[in-house]
Design a binder for this molecule. Structure first.
Ligand code: PLP
Length: 396
C-alpha cells in the first residue's frame, strides 16, 4: 500500500490570509458603503517595466520563427541570463563563475527544492518572525526545526547565541516581515558561526533591491568566508514585478561542501534531473531587468513603493510608534499600541479607519503584538491610510 508523507499532517493550517479576507468580507457586508485601504498585500501592484515588455515581445517573435526558435533551455539557465546575473554581482565586487549561477522559476520553488541537498537528520534554524514557507518546507521534509526568536530588544536582528546548534540556517535580509536588514558586521557573525559549525546558510535576498543605505550588504557573498558556507536565493518578483511572470536565481559557490561533498555539483545534478529549465521567453525578459535601461526602470517602480514607505513611516514617527523597516525594505513592522495583539489591532484598524494590514502572529508566535504594513499598495490608498492612522493613533 502506498504511504503518504505524514509530515503534511504536522503542518498548521494557514488561516492567516483566509481569516483576513473573511473579516474584510464580514465588515463590508455590514458596512457596504465603506472603502477599504489595503496595506496588507505582499504582491506587487505595478506592471512590468517597458524594457522587459519589449524583450518579452521579441522573444515571443523568436519562438514564431524557424531560425530563431528555442526548444528546451539548459537546465541550470541560459548563458545570456547567467552572464547578466554574474555581471550584476561583479558591480558589487563579487566574483562568480557562470556555473555558480542557477536560474530558477522563483525563490519559493528554490527554498523548497534546495532541501533535497541535505539529509533529513540535519536541523533547520529559523529566525522568527519569518516568512512562513521556511517553516512549512522543513515540516514537510520532516526536519527538526530550531526557532530563534527575534525581538524589539535586538531590533529583530538576532545574532548567534552561545550553545546554538543548527545545520541549516535561514537568513532573510532585508527581512519579510520585519523589514530589518543585517549589517555586514552582523552577517559576519553568522558566517563565522556557520563555518565553525559546518552549517550552511540559506540566504534569502528577495528584497535586496530595496536597500538604499550604501553600507548595508545586498548579498551574503559580500561577507568574507561566505563562499564556504552559504547559498543565496534571490528572485525578480519584488525587484522587477515578476510575481506572476516567475523568475529567480540561486548562487552556489564551487567551494561549498557538506561533509566533503560538493553542493554546486549536487545542485547541477538535481536541476538536470528535476527541471528542463525556465522558459526561453521568461529568461529573455529577465535578462532585460539587468540592462541599464531595465535597471533604471525597475528602480522607478521601486521608488514608488519607497515613497509609500516614507508616507507610512512619517505617520508612525509623528505618533512615536516603534517600528522596524520601511527604509531599506518594502515592509514596516510596528509595535501595536496599548499592548494590543496583532489581531486586536487588525480589528481595531478595520473597524475604525478601514485600513488593512497583517497581524504579526501570522509570522510565528513572537510576532504577537506586532503588525506588518506592506508598501506595495497604491500611493493614494497609502496616503489616505497614513492620515487616518495619524488621527487614530493620536487617540490611543
Ligand atoms: N522569500 C521571501 C522572503 C518572500 O517574501 C517571498 C515572497 O513574498 C519569496 C521568497 C517568494 O518569492 P518568489 O515569488 O520568487 O517565489
Amino acid at each position: 500500500m502506498i504511504k503518504p508523507n505524514k509530515n503534511y499532517q504536522n503542518l498548521k493550517d494557514s488561516y492567516l490570509f483566509y481569516n483576513i479576507s473573511q473579516k474584510i468580507n464580514e465588515y463590508l457586508s455590514e458596512n457596504p458603503n465603506k472603502r477599504i485601504y489595503r496595506l496588507g498585500i505582499g504582491d506587487v501592484t505595478l506592471p512590468l517595466c517597458p524594457a522587459v515588455i519589449t524583450m518579452l515581445h521579441e522573444a515571443v517573435e523568436d519562438q514564431s520563427l524557424k531560425d530563431r526558435f528555442h526548444g528546451y533551455m539548459p537546465e541550470c539557465g541560459a548563458d545570456f541570463l547567467r552572464e547578466e546575473i554574474r555581471k550584476y554581482y561583479e558591480q558589487r565586487g563579487i566574483t562568480l563563475s557562470l556555473e555558480e549561477v542557477f536560474v530558477s522559476s522563483g525563490a519559493s520553488d528554490e527554498l523548497g527544492d534546495i532541501l533535497d541537498l541535505f539529509d533529513k537528520s540535519s536541523s533547520a534554524l529559523i529566525l522568527e518572525p519569518a516568512y512562513p514557507a521556511y517553516v512549512d518546507a522543513n515540516i514537510i521534509a520532516g526536519r527538526e526545526i530550531i526557532h530563534l526568536p527575534a525581538s524589539k530588544e535586538n531590533g529583530f536582528l538576532p545574532e548567534p547565541e552561545d550553545g546554538l546548534k543548527a545545520d541549516l540556517i535561514y537568513l532573510c535580509s532585508p527581512n519579510n516581515p520585519t523589514g530589518a536588514v543585517f549589517s555586514k558586521a552582523q552577517l559576519k557573525k553568522w558566517v563565522d558561526f556557520a563555518n565553525e559549525n559546518q552549517a550552511i546558510i540559506l540566504f534569502d535576498a528577495a528584497y535586496e533591491a530595496f536597500i538604499e543605505e550604501e553600507s548595508l550588504p545586498h548579498s551574503i557573498f559580500e561577507i568574507e568566508g561566505a563562499r564556504t558556507c552559504a547559498v543565496e536565493i534571490c528572485s525578480l518578483s519584488k525587484t522587477a514585478g515578476f510575481t506572476g511572470t516567475r523568475l529567480g536565481y540561486t548562487i552556489i559557490p564551487k567551494e561549498l561542501f557538506a561533509d566533503g561533498i560538493n553542493l554546486n555539483t549536487m545542485w547541477m545534478r538535481n536541476r538536470t534531473t528535476k527541471t528542463n529549465g525556465v522558459s526561453y521567453i521568461i529568461q529573455k525578459g529577465g535578462a532585460a531587468v539587468f540592462s541599464p535601461e531595465g535597471q533604471r526602470q525597475i528602480h522607478q517602480n521601486i521608488d514608488v513603493y519607497k515613497n509609500n514607505a516614507r508616507i507610512l513611516s512619517s505617520a508612525l514617527d509623528e505618533r512615536n510608534i516603534w517600528y522596524t523597516g520601511g527604509k531599506n525594505a518594502p515592509y514596516i513592522w510596528m509595535k501595536c499600541p496599548d499592548n494590543m495583539s496583532g489581531w486586536e489591532f487588525f480589528d481595531y484598524l478595520l473597524r475604525e479607519i478601514q485600513v488593512v494590514g497583517t497581524p504579526g502572529e501570522g509570522f510565528g508566535a513572537c510576532g504577537n503584538g506586532y503588525f506588518r504594513f506592506s508598501t506595495f499598495g497604491s500611493t493614494e490608498d497609502t496616503e489616505i491610510a497614513a492620515e487616518k492612522l495619524k488621527e487614530l493613533l493620536y487617540r490611543v
